[in-house]
Every structure is written in structure tokens, then in C-alpha cells.
Design a protein. Sequence first.
Length: 76
Amino acid sequence: MAGTTKRLSIALDHALLAEARRLTRSRTKRETIAKALEELVKLEHRKALAHAVGTGLFETTEAEFRSRRRRMHAHR
């Protein structure tokens, strides 16, 4: 779904949006919201990974994890 956009009208707390825009140094409201959504998705992925570690669903060593992480960042 990456790269697709959809127009949406929503009511937002203006003070909260302004603070988020300032903190992220975003130029536009759209950029601020996109960054917020990306960070939320990353956070939820990290939570799911943390929950899966040690359950048998996901097993790795720290060295394997760091190696995968380097490969992932190299593809960007």
C-alpha cells in the first residue's frame, strides 16, 4: 500500500498538530501526519517483535539481528 494516497478530511487538535510539526521540523501538516503514521507503524512492529522474541515464534541471536538490520538499511 506504500505510495498510494487517499484524500481524507479529519478534525485534529490544532495545538497537538502544531507541536508535532515543530518537533519533527515538518514543513507541512501532511508531512507531519505522514511521519506520525510511519512512526506508529514502526512502534507497533517493534512491540510485536518484542512480544514474539522468546515465544518460539521468532528466535535469533543479537549478531543475526544486527546483520539483518544492516542488510535492511543497505537496501534503502
